[in-house]
Design a protein around this ligand. Structure first.
Ligand SMILES: [Zn+2]
Ligand SMILES: [Zn+2]
Length: 282
């Protein structure tokens, strides 16, 4: 997603100047944003003609090693959460004013889960502005300014309910993440060791990884990948199952006052998180 905003009249800037500005942008140092795993880049460049060009590029590339080095929970859940946090921060920041982003948020809207996330984490004014133009688009397309055929308007209305700007960004991030992850797994022994040291892999992501691996990996490493993924997932299942037993036993009058182990304390929450792949939100 690359966008350039020119302070002077656009027509004053030649095609070559634009190309040059993009070249400068690429030569600058990338900065890590607060999530620590996305590279956010912005640059300001004074053109020879006296104008100033502001260029920004949010390269949503999750660094695979950074995620796996955390060794904390399911690495895929972690990636999704980081991508969602980044999207919330991104669209309620300067990107909210960028026409190409607003066109997309107006068109796709948000799912209930991500609306909820935006309400909790974003500033109210940017959110209200995003909502205003999204509602304008819904009014024009689903209610119909010219009252086009009802069937057509209902079809478009239904589409609004199914799309989400953040879900679609997360999906793209995950595609790139998996591409990098399988490439590393196939080529790098250190990464294979890192993969096997993960805390666990949740049930839905165990299924997803095993499916994707069939196409992404060659036979020589496929078997190892599948065995490790199954091991990391099944061990967690057994651990949670034991935790649930202890949790249930704690309600027996004979166990009143007995301290619960860490594994049992949040056993129902951990079980739901494992089964659904939806980590508890902060
Ligand atoms: Zn997961
Ligand atoms: Zn969504």
């Amino acid at each position: 997603m690359l966008s350039c905003r020119f302070h002077k009249n656009d027509t004053l800037f030649s095609f070559m100047e634009r190309i040059f500005a993009v070249f400068i942008m690429k030569a600058k140092t990338f900065e890590k944003n607060s999530a620590g795993i996305f590279w956010l880049f912005t640059a300001e460049y004074k053109l020879p003609t006296g104008g100033v060009v502001l260029i920004s590029k949010n390269i949503l590339t999750v660094r695979v090693e950074d995620i796996f080095e955390k060794k904390c929970g399911c690495p895929i859940c972690l990636t999704i959460k980081a991508s969602e946090d980044n999207s919330c921060e991104y669209i309620s920041g300067s990107a909210m004013m960028e026409p190409d982003i607003r066109i997309e948020t107006n068109r796709l809207g948000f799912c209930p889960e991500h609306f909820d996330m935006l309400l909790k984490t974003s500033q109210k004014l940017p959110l209200a502005l995003i909502l205003s133009t999204h509602l304008d688009e819904i009014k024009a397309e689903a209610y119909g300014e010219n009252k086009t055929a009802l069937g057509k308007r209902l079809k478009r209305g239904g589409e609004f309910e199914k799309t989400c700007y953040i879900c679609s960004r997360t999906e793209s991030d995950l595609d790139r993440f998996f591409h990098g992850m399988f490439k590393l797994y196939a080529q790098d022994e250190h990464f294979r060791k890192l993969f096997s040291e993960q805390e666990y892999i949740c049930f839905p992501h165990r299924n997803l990884l095993l499916n994707l691996a069939q196409k992404a990996l060659k036979k020589d490493v496929l078997r190892q990948f599948c065995e490790e993924t199954e091991r990391l997932s099944e061990n967690r299942l057994v651990q949670i199952r034991n935790g649930l037993d202890e949790f249930c036993r704690s309600f027996d009058y004979r166990n009143i006052g007995k301290q619960l182990s860490e594994n049992a304390e949040n056993a129902p929450e951990n079980a739901i998180e494992f089964i659904t792949g939806k980590p508890k939100k902060d």
